[in-house]
Design a protein around this ligand. Structure first.
Ligand code: DGL
Length: 267
């Protein structure tokens, strides 16, 4: 047993999609969340920069005495996970493998779509992970960079979101996928319009769900589950105090969020 919190980080507020699933599946676990709101987006940056930022995020989380790191960001998971695992001596879980596994389980016609940031799509991490599990699956990918600012602006349910989704998803829809991986932390917040565009027969996979399930397996296997009967806590930290994190994030998690500012460059 281990009563220390789980550390979760993302480039911004999107990683709260992972926090939501963790709260649902592992309500007894405490969480320390860091959102790098000063430096979002990561999806358009070079791998070296993403790696440098991620190392700082993990060093900050380690200063909070965590027992495990969950990389909620798809871009970091896709480009830097293996390097981060080599660098830090703590269990580190990313979102790609759990997302790929969920997609493989969900597809019936073996045609899977993946959408994500430019960095995630360029890395080829999702097709590689899916094909490792089932080489017979065809994967169709599309980078959807405008989805992130749309979510950050609080425009998820608007006509702008709908038109953008139609434009980005037309090709993937035509390819006949029956499963679509929402390969970016922010996209589950757009699942309403994405589902509307893709149609009712296409299953949307939110990698956050599989990631929470995998986290539970790791905690059990490593004897790291929290046993304390005291209520679990979630601490929120950001590199820039803006209203968006608290308002959009609070709305999404359905609770008040008080985030504390961290000077992340110091780590
Ligand atoms: N968190 C990022 C991801 O999941 C999306 C936002 C960004 O580009 O930083 O890929």
């Amino acid at each position: 047993m281990d009563d220390r919190p789980i550390g979760v980080f993302d480039s911004g507020l999107g990683g709260l999609t992972v926090v939501k699933e963790l709260n649902r599946l592992l309500p007894e676990e405490s969480i320390v969340y860091f959102g790098d709101t000063a430096r979002v987006p990561y999806g358009t940056r070079s791998r070296d920069t993403v790696m440098k930022y991620s190392e700082q995020c993990i060093r900050f989380l380690l200063s909070k005495d965590i027992k495990m790191v969950i990389v909620a960001c798809n871009t970091v998971s896709a480009t830097s996970l293996e390097a981060l695992k080599k660098k830090f001596d703590i269990p580190i879980l990313g979102v790609i493998e759990p997302g790929a596994l969920a997609a493989v389980k969900a597809t019936r016609n073996k045609r899977v779509g993946v959408i994500g940031t430019g960095g995630t799509i360029k890395s080829g991490a999702y097709p590689a992970a899916i094909k490792r599990l089932d080489p017979g699956i065809s994967v169709f990918e599309k980078a959807c960079p405008l989805f992130v600012p749309i979510v950050e602006e609080g425009w998820s349910g608007t006509e702008v979101a709908r038109l953008t989704a139609r434009e980005y998803l037309a090709g993937i829809k035509d390819s006949g996928v029956d499963t679509l991986v929402l390969g970016c932390t922010h996209y589950p917040l757009l699942s309403g319009v994405i589902s509307e565009v893709m149609g009712p027969d296409v299953r949307l996979v939110n990698p956050a769900e599989g990631t929470a399930a995998r986290a539970r397996e790791i905690l059990m296997a490593e004897g790291l589950k929290r046993e304390s009967k005291a209520p679990a806590s979630t601490g929120f930290y950001v590199s820039d105090i803006g209203e968006r994190f608290q308002t959009i994030g609070g709305h999404f998690l359905n609770k008040d969020i008080n985030a504390e500012y961290i000077e992340i460059e110091k780590y």
